[in-house]
Design a binder for this molecule. Sequence first.
Ligand SMILES: Nc1ncnc2c1ncn2[C@@H]1O[C@H](COP(=O)(O)OP(=O)(O)OP(=O)(O)O)[C@@H](O)[C@H]1O
Length: 623
Amino acid sequence: MSRAALTATRLRPLRPALPIVVLLAAMAAPYFGMSLYAARTVMLICGLALLVSSINIVLGYAGELAVGQVALYATGAYVAGYLGSAHGVTEILIVIPIAILVVIVIGLVTGIPGLRLGGWSLAMVTFFLVLLLPDFINVFEHFTAGTLGISVPAPTLFGSTITGTNFYFLTLLVTALWFAVFRNLVLSRHGAAFLVLKHSPVLAASLGISVFRLKLLAYLFGAIPAALAGVLYGWLQNFIAPDTFTFQLALSILAASVIGGSTSIYGAFIGAALLQITQQEFTSFNQWQLVLYGAFLILAGVFLYNGVIGAGRQLAGVLRRRGWWPTVTLPVRTEVAPPPAAEENELPGEELAVQGVSKSFGGNRALDDVSVTAKPGEVTAVIGPNGSGKTTLLNLVCGFYRPTSGTISLGSRTLAGLASYQVARAGVARTFQTPLIPKDLTTRQFVATGRYIGESAGMAASILRLPGYFRRTRADDAEAGRLLGLLGIGHVAEDPVSSLPLGTRRLVEVARCLAARPSLFLFDEVGSGLDESDLDRLADAIRMIKRAGGTVVLVEHNFPLVLKLSDTIHVLAQGRLLASGTPDEIQADPRVLEEYVGSTPSAEGPSSIDDFAEPALSQTEER
Ligand SMILES: Nc1ncnc2c1ncn2[C@@H]1O[C@H](COP(=O)(O)OP(=O)(O)OP(=O)(O)O)[C@@H](O)[C@H]1O
């Protein structure tokens, strides 16, 4: 890592520990004459905030619409009711784990088929879960007492009954603990993985993330606060009946999530408070709530990104730019030695062998019997006119498509037939023709997602903030900063990655690939849209990968860049391999010129392919 990057400073908005202050104030309130009504309101807001956080994890972070939280909420309440009234089990440390276990089982039963089928299946499965809830309650009448409802005895802790102010404290404590867990998870590399998944499952898979597993994990994780909310609600009410758990409630917590900001942690409290207070204070509101929530969801979807929290962040951004918002300068953590540069630490390059690969899309033969090899320590370019099959070739290598025939291997491993995330784990990293850039991540965080599969996931370490979490975060931060510096864009490390212009996004994608330290780099039109200085930096980075022993496949329209960097060039035309050779051989090949120009070279016509390419780098530079 460069000294400059190490000693650089980062600007962060001033964030007082507001949640802790609010929690302490709420804890102290009973000692300052808080009314029972106010305490009850706070407890109901906590319960709703737990429910809303369930939606935030699944929808706001992992991007999967699931509306079954109300069913899981009901499950938590009924578990507390059944255990207490039928078995006399009211011990908090027994009831809460059982409720969590039951909702996780329900989550698995609904989530596995819902997510396996893809598309809107999970939304449909959970929608019907809520719709059929009254029927389920009747079917399981033995446990639920059907439409009559069931009493929920007060909870106990080590034999002492928890009521009144103690129950108020219990509610605050459970809510605070959950939000600490939620915060620690989403502010770790796992939260970044959720945001990547939300933006693009294709990108997530290319980082080695199993989309199905991560979505299921988010869904199950999101079931936990719903169960907690249900148990607390049952204990608060001491009686539950099916008419509480309606589809109307499902819609209102969805609206609360959108109001607060679904990709936020504490926005859940804003949404929950608005929901609870409007319901309590304006009784006429209740008959209009479905219409109003529906209208609000449409309006918020169109005009508001990430609810009140998003609007607040935008406003803070504007104020900060004008110098009206306080900022603190944090030194970059320098106590950890940065990992060695790739050049000092050889890349594990392996040979890519594509043998006789064909791919048809219906009647369209996108690739026809193509064989290409790419060696470690070399840059292998694949060029060809639009629609000649270059991206299809990359997609086949990455496992996004399966070849109609032929084999693909990397070193001794066969890639064809592996799922895309398995290909990534086998050591393949790629950029995309249109860079896939998630929202709500800084550039540094995004580059660090390249390292997601490099080390064990450490979810428990992240949630509990164990030393391993800090070690990994420092290493991720340092490596991401180093790579950004290497590409000459270290100054954007703390900027939202989605705010970057196209050229910078392409360089950021290269940094993300480098972070994975893969055996094979697949660069898809990575030079497109870059100005000359960016192209120089890109060329330097590719040369560095080559020197470090990495295998590079470069799909590129910028012919001068290709000539400058490549050891071997393969030319595709209409899905077939037209020519292969060194840059000199390819430049001199009349078939290639004809394919690009549409005629054989003539005295009047262009003399080389790069007459048609975007002017960029001098070909006379060192290869
Ligand atoms: N998923 C798909 N479904 C149907 N046809 C496809 C699909 N992907 C690619 N094709 C077709 O395969 C052919 C090759 O497309 P491909 O995108 O690989 O070309 P390319 O050389 O990368 O072009 P460009 O330089 O414009 O990116 C085209 O005819 C395209 O329409």
